[in-house]
Design a protein around this ligand. Sequence first.
Ligand code: SAM
Length: 292
Amino acid sequence: MVRAISPLFAIGSAMNYRHAYHAGNFADVMKHAILTLVVESLKRKETPFFALDTHAGIGAYDLASVAADKTGEFRDGIAKILAAPQCPEEMTPYLTLVRQWNSSGELRHYPGSPEVVRGLMRPQDRLALVELHPEDVEVLRHRFSGDRRVGVHHMDGYMAAKGLLPPPERRGLVLIDPPFEVRDEIEQLCKALARVLKLWRTGTYLVWYPIKGREPIDRFHAEIAAAGGPNTLAAELLIRPTDDPFRLNGCGLLLVNPPWKLAQSLEILLPWLAETLAPGRGGYRLESLIGE
Ligand SMILES: C[S@@+](CC[C@H](N)C(=O)[O-])C[C@H]1O[C@@H](n2cnc3c(N)ncnc32)[C@H](O)[C@@H]1O
């Protein structure tokens, strides 16, 4: 298991992971900052886009909650970013959103991936949110009721693609952000990615993964590369060296069919994030796994 179990909510549920404990941490910052860049690039064309979030969570988080306070992870994530004296232009769409959520100037609310996408999408765009946890999906339904652009689905995110892809819009993104609670999550991910790519080869896919030791990640990348497929980038942020394989030392985002020039933006964004979030000990990697 990579991410922490959240014991407050574990009783009576087979699904223990609760994102409320981790909202706004370094991994969210990296994932959501890159997500905003992908959405902004889709908006360069007037034609509508479709976004699918296969593991949506509850949409937004209260950083003053017991859960967020218990781990305090946001203090080493979004709080550090907001305190930075300067930031690159690549952070603008993300930071503008986070500031809109905290208009009093005090950091209290954090938008999850569903609200990140909703905050940037236009009237013609569509968003599908998939969540398996029965309570979380109800929170999502309530939050997005009345927004006709957004559909909420209670099902297994890995299975959702079947009914939803390829979208009629023929352009858009899929965010796959599982909790990594099960041992074979990477295996499930690789299989799911192969399946969805068969359904929709031209979509942009963002696949989040945790980094503890280096070796399993190198194997994961080799597997993705061996499977063949579209142009794929692996963007990684390390908050410390990977010598201790039992800690969460960083995270990565696989970007399948990344938008034009995203790699150049990441060359600026990733080192800045590493230096801001983990000065003197952080690092980053940007690797092209497959070229068409
Ligand atoms: C890492 S969190 C998602 C965070 C969210 N994407 C964000 O960035 O704000 C993972 C979520 O996946 C949900 N989940 C776990 N297994 C799932 C599955 N098989 N299908 C869909 N959702 C699942 C969990 O309940 C949890 O809310």
